[in-house]
Design a protein. Sequence first.
Length: 328
Amino acid sequence: MRAIQITEFGGPEVLNEVELPDPVPGPGELLVEVSRAGLNYADTHQAENSYLSKMELPLVPGGEVVGRAGDRRVVGLTNFGGYAEKAVVPEATAFDVPDGVDDLTALSMVVQGATAWLLLRRSAHLEPGESVVVHAAAGGVGSLAVQLAKKWGAGRVIATASTEEKRKLALDLGADIAVDSTAPDMTDALREANGGRRVDVVLDMTGGAVTDQSIAALAPFGRLAFYGMASREKPTPVDPGRLLVRSTAIAGMWLPHAFKLPGKVVHRAMAELFDLVLAGELRAVPGGEYGLSEVRRAHEDLRARRTTGKLVLDPSRWLSRSARPARP
């Protein structure tokens, strides 16, 4: 099979197209013929071995795929191995895709959708009427979090994004106001966007000064849910005693931990998300499709924060663009 393999850690330059033997599923695993693989910002950390779980070489990156497993069409999470024509998915992290849900939407729900659901439901415990800040609101998680927060009764959804185009997208998705994410003082910008009041909930995957200033913008009993560090800059360490000043809370969230919760929480989330999609109440934002040979460019675009919505990889497209035959 064709796949992308890493034999040394680093940036996009370490992603190489190779031929590999087909993977062999073990007990409780599915062999999936991959129609699309998800591209996520976390994959750039995986490639440089700065992810939460350490990688071992050689490595086929990629943590999510959609395709056929026998007579089933499934979307699922892999530990790695997604950037390939075939991948192994544990049965416990595989979900049947309903008729009427396309590949891009299925992939959007299994990581970004489930993450947004968990951030709002479990980490931030959103209450109706509360203000919600969604950083990176045009991204995969952010674009879905804006829609879910609005649907679940947020009083004011404040989106942040780096360009006018991205801010317009966030407004089109239901945000009440959009803020320039490059504002020199995010604390002031968020309070101004909330009518001079402090904010109740912040969903943050930026890190650095944005996180520090977002914490400073929290209202009494405000919550910040932290789920990534796209800036690759660590926030200032938090002194728990300082949280007492306004009774604030900070929660971290990493999706794999949710599969350890009792009651199949992720399965409940996926069922609700698919129902919303089929009802026309939640939509995935297409961010671009890349062929297997274009994966380095995909990682460059992710690292440069040039993308919006959900990015996918088509493993059947592995010829160079000039040599690729026209698709029917």
